[in-house]
Design a protein around this ligand. Structure first.
Ligand code: SF4
Length: 63
């Protein structure tokens, strides 16, 4: 799994951080998403997939 995020789309909603806090964080200054681990281990894939689905801006792409 490879994670890509479009920071131009991100609206700093923070849903991804709630779903997968070990993989996503938010910038202190504006809340825009930060990917902590773009190639997360298998035990985090379900949480990452949930994060991508619930992101209101569809800013998370998984390949
Ligand atoms: S859920 Fe989507 S819009 Fe919200 S911080 Fe994460 S990437 Fe950005």
């Amino acid at each position: 799994m490879q994670i890509a995020v479009d920071t131009d789309k991100c609206c700093a909603a923070g849903q991804c951080v709630l779903a997968a806090p070990e993989v996503f964080d938010q910038r202190d200054e504006d809340g825009i998403v930060v990917v902590l681990n773009a190639t997360p281990p298998a035990d985090q894939h379900a949480a990452v997939e949930e994060a991508a689905q619930i992101c209101p801006a569809a800013a998370i792409t998984l390949t």
